[in-house]
Design a protein around this ligand. Structure first.
Ligand code: ATP
Ligand code: TZE
Ligand code: MG
Length: 316
């Protein structure tokens, strides 16, 4: 496991078989540096990210993208896609508040992005809730997303192409670990990198599985954080499209670092939302070390229990 970010690279293959990653896998001790490097690259390029997303997530998603250094655009009318989408750096599609019109826009935008060589990512929110959603997602998969990010229940349902019974809407009824095999199978069938969020986030190209441990339990209490992370993944892969597994893991980890840092200042979900955005803005390795010492001497002491902080400290 990389000490700085908590990312673990696990060649998850049957005994005796050598995993065949879609991209060369970083050695364990290089993931931390890579995450910061990609965040820096993102800030320098300020990629334009189009998001066709649900009405609940729009504000948080746009603010998370801005704080990370990207340029969000929540344009969703089908009449604007041919003008706008070919010029974006990446596209994020989220079916959270799906409608017939919305789906037509999503399909047109995904096809346009793909034709223009722009990567697009899919967030299959509540895919188990209705046949309409499941069929919409299965149709979108044919348009070849670069990354699919969902919670465990969503990935389990989408991987089997059948609605799972004990799901409860937009929140997960499963642990991320339970969806690892489903994620691998979905990745192989769709050709996309698949990320499952949860206490540990798992990311796979169908051959190897990478885990990212950063984050805080309280993040789940803020609606649309998963949606915002999917948009952040779009921003990361736009600056490193040929290493989408790496970029996806780094995006999840960086968001988790911001959540851990934000949690040091938060009293609950509402203030965490604010502090998370503040933390992501301007976050870099040096800032993190400064905050580590600050909270170590003046904070609650909770910092000592966090893998990131302890790891970063030991790493240095
Ligand atoms: N049990 C947990 N402990 C710590 N962090 C968690 C836990 N569950 C989820 N998270 C974190 O919460 C964030 C959102 O993930 P989650 O799985 O809740 O997405 P989601 O269900 O798609 O969210 P939403 O639909 O509200 O956007 C991720 O950063 C994830 O790492
Ligand atoms: C609560 C909610 N309902 C539809 S989308 C959404 C945001 C979290 O996915
Ligand atoms: Mg979700």
């Amino acid at each position: 496991m990389d000490r700085q970010t908590g990312i673990t690279a696990t060649p998850n293959a049957p005994a005796g078989k050598i995993p065949q990653p879609s991209e060369p896998l970083l050695p364990d001790d290089q993931w931390g540096h890579r995450a910061w490097e990609l965040l820096q690259k993102l800030r320098l390029r300020a990629p334009l990210i189009q998001c066709i997303t649900n009405v609940v997530s729009m504000d948080l998603m746009a603010n998370v993208l801005l704080a990370a250094g990207a340029s969000p655009a929540m344009l969703s009318s089908i009449d604007e896609i041919s003008d706008f989408t070919p010029g974006v750096d990446a596209l994020c599609i989220n079916i959270g508040t799906l409608s017939e019109d919305g789906l037509a826009s999503m399909r047109a935008a995904a096809a346009t992005a793909a034709a223009a060589g722009r990567p697009w990512v899919l967030d299959p929110v509540a895919v188990n809730a209705s046949d309409f959603r499941m069929e919409a997602c299965l149709g979108l998969l044919e348009l070849r997303p670069a990354v699919i990010r969902g919670n465990a229940s969503e990935i389990l349902g989408l991987a089997s192409a059948r609605r799972i019974r004990n799901s409860k809407g937009v929140d997960s009824s499963h642990q991320s670990f339970d969806a690892v095999e489903a994620a691998k199978s979905l990745s192989r069938s769709s050709g996309a990198i698949v990320a499952v969020s949860g206490d540990v986030d798992y990311i796979t190209d169908g051959h190897v599985v990478v885990g990212a441990r950063n984050g805080d339990y309280m993040v789940q209490k803020i609606t649309a954080t998963g949606c915002a992370i999917t948009a952040l993944i779009a921003a990361f892969i736009s600056v490193e499209p040929l290493r989408a597994l790496e970029a996806t893991a780094c995006a999840l980890s960086i968001f988790g670092v911001a959540a851990e840092l934000g949690m040091e200042m938060a009293a609950g979900p509402a203030s965490l939302r604010m502090h998370l955005i503040d933390s992501l803005d301007g976050l870099n390795e040096d800032v993190l070390v400064f905050f580590f010492f600050f909270f170590f001497f003046f904070g609650s002491g909770a910092i000592l229990g966090k893998s990131l902080w302890a790891s970063i400290f030991i790493y240095r």
